[in-house]
Design a protein. Sequence first.
Length: 740
Amino acid sequence: MTSTQRHPTFAEISAKTFQVFRKRPCLLQIKLCSAFLRGSKNIICSAATGFGKTLTFFMPLLFDPRIIIIITPLNVLGRQNVEQLKAAGIKAISLSGATATPEVFSAIKAGAYQLIVTNPEVLMKGRGQFDRLFEDKKFTSKLMGFIADEAHCITKWGSFRPEYRELGLLRYMLPNVRVYATSATISQQTLADLCDVLHLRKDNTEFLHRSNDRLNVFYVVREMKHSAKSFDDLNFLIPDGWQEGNSPPAKFLVFFDNKKESEKACLHLKNRLPVAFRDKVQWFHANMTEKFREAQVDAMRSGETWGLCVTDSFGMGIDIPGIQLAVQYRLTCTMDSLMQPEVKHFDHERRRREEKKKRDEEKQKQKKRKARSQPTEEPTPKRNQASATEGTLGGDHSAEIGHGGDSVNVTADNVDDVSSGNEGESDTEDFRSKYAAWGEKQSKMKGKEKREEIEPAMDDFVNAGERRALGCRRKVPRFYFYLGKLIEDHHDCLPTSPAGCPRCGPKVSRLCCDLCNPAAIAEILASLMRQSPPSESTTQTQARSVIRKYEKSAIDKKLEDDLFLWRDREAQLALSPAHYIDFGPDIFLPETVVHRIINCAHYGKIENPEDVFRETRWSGSEQYSKAILGILRAARPLPALTPVFASTPSAPFASLTSALNRGQQESPTPTRRPIQCSACKQLGHSSRNVTCPMKSALRNPGAPQEPTRRNENLFPVGSSGSVPASLVPQEVSLLPRTYF
């Protein structure tokens, strides 16, 4: 906003946001919007996934007509933003390499779009279209600011996407345009790198942050029991012997460190399904076409796809509801993902290797002493490299972390017993200092050196059960992403509630991780992987209906409200209080299934319990199908039968209708219609009959007519040879023909 314009108050921002987007913004969202509208400082915000950071990108557009440019790592996110704004009547466009045409930039220059979403490659292209726009002072005067979504990519992805490292040039090209950077994973080191790349100083930057702890995410670490290349440790995602008619597996995502591994794992999971269902599991990474990636995101949202094998880029803000299992396959060197590490990274395995190493060394010493005590004429041969490796490290050399030289091996001596006693403030500071020191060390290293040491935070996370100062996996990410004391303003956010705002207020989860709640977590995992056996009626289940896009009517919206109210009520009855509070009703009936029911009901695809299962594949359909059908029929009552005759029947059918209403009634005997001559109009003969008077008159016009035999079926003929008019019937009443 310009200096002459009045800045909206917090109350005005809240009211306008709710009016347009039908969402009540939290106080932090209002503060972010107000700070961006003022434009006096740059902004860095860290908040958990799902907090509503994306909404803060759109809120300033309601009060300022200027243009915002969003920088996003994935084109899929751009399309998602455009679709969200379309419903609000705000013109936006997503630019990729394929859509960044001169015609589109001409429209942008003319002010056709208020929001532009693009990737760093298009934005920072040398001598590109954006360079020309930024040289136009008229256009830059309309620019409100830049928003860097998933801002941690600026530092994490700069090595293989160098345009991210060039974003700092925007601060020199447009010094008066502010930057708003946000992410859910900003550690102390990431924050320092971010400020360095974007040239942000403390005096010109406003920091707003919330805890990124997700209380509906529960951490589980499982040792790998099989070879990593076999992918057999992922078999729990597709239960053994799954067949058509079973309930679908829990919706899942599996993250991999490289594209090839994601493809191989996907093929492994596909082979655990019948041929007709192998398209339910797909892979997703940067090598796929943009159209394919968009289709897979839509299929995952709708429930057509059950699981995806993806790389880390998929988790960058893509909004997909109903994900129940997120797996990080193998140990990564960062703290940004869930993980499923190899056995070699567990403390007990390290201790086993260390003990074996000590035993082997002791054996070598004994051999040397024995050799010295038994002199011989021949000198002791030197050990070659192979025997040295075998003797010193045994057979587990490949299991060590580190590869000689100056690299640091993670052993039991330097990772065990981090601290003793109960967790205190000193322990907390020790962990934070350790993580920060490792980050500073990594920032000075180059190339592959960065991957030769496991990040201490990841090491603590995996072995939290054996670290006496931890004992809980959730503590590690809290220490790692700590950026200072959190501000608790939930009472100011919703002052009308004694407990404050339920969204931004502090929450305590009854379930934490597999160390704190081992029995409960095991029960939840078992319930997610439990499958209902196929019945005789469902073994040959028909394919689901293909639903076309449509505009929701008032009936559809009412049905949506009724189904969600019913779901919430039944979920509270079916789930324990702890599970309902932590998971919500989605674990009882996924939101995707609810929308599937609404879509099928719109086209009349659900009429009986079998249809409910066929269209939704929901495991609870057998128990709850009658209730669902009752809601559908209440929202969409069956139309009344239309009577056979919408009005009074016409004359030809009056007698028939009357007879049907009275019951059986004898009909009169049908009478054959008499023959009428077309020449003389007399009844009883046809014009071809030789007895027709008209034929005789035509043959002998002047001859007197001889008397003919009396025929009672003929009319008498006059002297002129014609039938007297008085004897010709003026109207012949014809009976309706009856066919046999």
